[in-house]
Design a binder for this molecule. Structure first.
Ligand SMILES: Cc1ncc(COP(=O)(O)O)c(C=O)c1O
Length: 375
């Protein structure tokens, strides 16, 4: 059967704008695209650790066989949650199948009718989708603007949840967490921080930006994901024991799904044992991120990220120019992808560049040379 006409039209509209998404594989070997910040997904250490753990747990089924509330629970999953909680200096943690599930699972379940959610306008789709699934009122505030957040409290009724990311996935800038935490404390609001892009990279042993800033007691819940710097898959909501109990009872993306399989749990476990030993990789990423920003900043006529973070970007005059840059990079063996609406607002299309511990200065120079040539 054919796709309905109006849906075909939506595809045609995207094609005309030049923003049609397609799945593609890449032969480019120089990675400025993946979220494998620390190189763990490709590391022999993670693989060897996982294989040895799999040997030790060969009495457990490979698949979870059911929801955590039915046959899918295990001592392994519970012990892993206890160790994740302690790693992040929190009383409790609850595993979810992905960061997307953790955010939808949290925001669909916590805010009730009559409550209010104030969220940064640049929040990830999974935060926004979770918000759409509850009966509370939601208002966005201007990206990284504590003033606008303060202003939006005029809409507040009931309990107020404030949702932010520690490091924004597309903008590559940090939330002003100290100020946001202060406002939330003053207003009695619940601050929720998605640490998808800071878990493993910031804070003591990579425990995240919230502990780095000594804000663990001021943050109600943190979303820690494992598909990025931890090189695997899955996520955890980290917070109080009562929050964990509440999510187990009311979070539908936790309840009505098959739990993570054995290899995913063991990959998370292994990654957490490696994290404390990766200080030099973390230092390397931060140094390379600075270098990339400096090199891009020397290219005339392009706007670049103002923050020193492993997520850098540049804006070209239009979509066609972005495409050309990306194609030329690919032809030069460099993988860096353009990002289009609706992932970023219209007019803010950009080339997103991720720095990894395994990148080199010469790769960065090659990247800049290709970009300079296109222009
Ligand atoms: C800020 C943020 N939150 C959540 C997610 C979703 O995480 P996952 O890929 O584990 O579903 C992502 C990934 O794109 C993200 O960037």
């Amino acid at each position: 059967m054919e796709l309905p006409v109006k849906l075909r039209q939506k595809l045609a509209d995207r094609a005309q704008l030049g923003t049609l998404r397609r799945l593609r594989t890449t032969a480019a070997s120089i990675d400025f695209c993946s979220n494998d910040y620390l190189g763990l997904a490709r590391s022999g250490k993670l693989r060897a650790g996982l294989e040895s753990e799999l040997q030790q747990y060969n009495h457990l089924p490979l698949g979870a066989t059911g929801s955590r509330l039915l046959s899918g629970n295990s001592t392994l999953a519970e012990e892993l949650e206890t160790s994740i909680a302690s790693f992040h200096a929190a009383p409790a943690a609850l595993l979810f199948n992905s960061g997307f599930a953790a955010n939808t699972g949290f925001f669909s379940a916590l805010p009730q009718r009559g409550d209010t959610i104030l969220y940064d306008e640049a929040s990830h789709a999974s935060i926004k989708d979770g918000i759409r699934l509850n009966f509370a009122r939601a208002y966005s505030f201007r990206h990284n603007s504590p003033e606008d957040l303060r202003n939006k409290f005029r809409h507040a009724t009931g309990e107020v949840y404030v949702a932010v990311e520690s490091l924004y996935s597309m903008d590559g800038d940090f939330a002003p967490l100290n100020e946001l935490a202060e406002i939330c404390a003053e207003k009695g609001a619940y601050l929720v921080v998605d640490e998808a892009h800071t878990n493993g990279l910031y804070g003591p042993r990579g425990a995240g930006l919230v502990p780095e800033l000594n804000l663990t007691d001021k943050v109600f819940a943190r979303i820690m994901t494992f598909g990025k710097a931890l090189g695997g898959h899955g996520a955890a909501v980290v917070g109080s024991e009562a929050l964990r109990q509440y999510l187990i009872n009311f979070s539908r993306p936790f309840i009505y799904t098959t739990a993570l399989p054995l290899h995913a749990l063991l990959s998370i476990k292994t990654a957490y044992t490696l994290l404390p030993h990766l200080d030099s990789e973390r230092a390397r990423i931060h140094a390379l991120a600075k270098y990339l920003k400096k090199v891009l900043g020397q290219l005339p006529g392009i706007s670049v990220n103002s923050a020193d973070s492993p997520i850098q970007w540049l804006q070209a005059p239009d979509v066609a120019a972005l495409k050309l840059i990306s194609q030329n990079l690919l032809a030069g063996g460099l993988d860096a992808r353009p990002v289009y609406p609706p992932t970023v607002p219209a007019g803010k299309e950009r080339l997103r560049l991720i720095v990894h511990a395994f990148n080199t200065e010469s790769e960065i120079e090659k990247l800049a040379a290709v970009i300079a040539n296109v222009r």
